[in-house]
Write a protein that binds this ligand. Sequence first.
Ligand SMILES: Cc1ncc(COP(=O)(O)O)c(C=O)c1O
Length: 401
Amino acid sequence: MVANNVLSAAPLNNDGLSSSNTNAPLQNSFINLDQGDTVLFESYWRKMSDECAVVIKGCELLSYVSDNASVCWFMKPELRDVIKRLHALVGNAETQDGHIVIGNGSTQLFHASLFALSSSSNSPNPINVVAASPYYSGYPDETDIVCSSLYKWSGDAKVYDKNEEYIEIVTSPNNPDGSLRRPVVNKKLGREGKLIHDLAYYWPHYTPITHKANHDLMLFTFSKCTGHSGSRIGWAIVKDMDIAKKMTRYIVMNSIGVSKESQTRAAKIMEVLCDSYDQNFKLGSKNSELFFEYSKRLIKERWEKLREVIKENGDLILPKFPGAYCNFTKESSETYPAFAWLMCKKDEDGVSYLEKELKVLARSGNRFGSGPRCTRINMLSRGDDFHEFLKRLSNIKEISY
Ligand SMILES: Cc1ncc(COP(=O)(O)O)c(C=O)c1O
């Protein structure tokens, strides 16, 4: 059992959040750490509530169109500009030579990317879509949901050996295991395929920013950057104008654009975020903790507590991450992923272990193209849920439900 000080080192509600099930005592209920919700950041945005408020009048935002001069004509220019401003501030992606295309979350942009890349191919067969396992559990289902004749899910990029066209998804840092990644198929087959770089987690609260990413097609999402998953805003940075046009066409066919209310809110929140850094630089002030620093501190605290509890627990293993210098925070740091990828030491089913022993719902490694020994749990869940999870994990030998 873990010494109690691991859990009492910080106030119980360190994240300033209560459980999703606020009125019910958590002790005997199931805790859901399966989904990828991002509510950990809520306490920061509560402090900024007034600055981020937007008022939209009844006479505004009626048109489908935002900017006829843009490839992505339904995108509000202020959203495009603040996306570029945010990347310039953080230094995590090159936007100079790219076209920005927005979507209803990066999920819709993933579909749009598959359509655009595969419809530009001469292949008579559906293009193979691959990602190195463990891969984000959404990719296989999203790829195959419409049984497209243009593309099909073909599994783990590490074992892909067909002499056919392929699209490889490179997710870095990776969901579920937090690893930093590069394409793998080209090394094996010695020929380039088409690449989608999903950089949802390449932000300084999760990982050191070591370089400006500059790939042909990069996906980012408001969900993981600021935590506002509910606004459903994602963006792609696309070098090739034809691909950007095809992606735009897909989104038009699918939803005739993206809600302008959501675009307005996302633009405002990103503007407030950027302004707070500009203000700090101008004043030379280090007093107030800004969004990325604040969020990183919360995630890091959770990781440190989880590592201590896991060390004492003895049944589970967590991955380790190399440190690196972060060009944004100007300090060396580890990666603190949004998910913990837990492996059972014994050859045991991870989901059953967590459900039976702890009453914790997690996502099975099977869903990520890995074995059932691994499970993914959300590190950005509500404070009470996460704390209760740690408590159960530390008391595991004594709890019996
Ligand atoms: C790697 C990765 N890409 C894309 C998404 C989808 O993000 P969005 O909310 O923008 O659709 C997720 C969500 O968890 C993710 O983990």
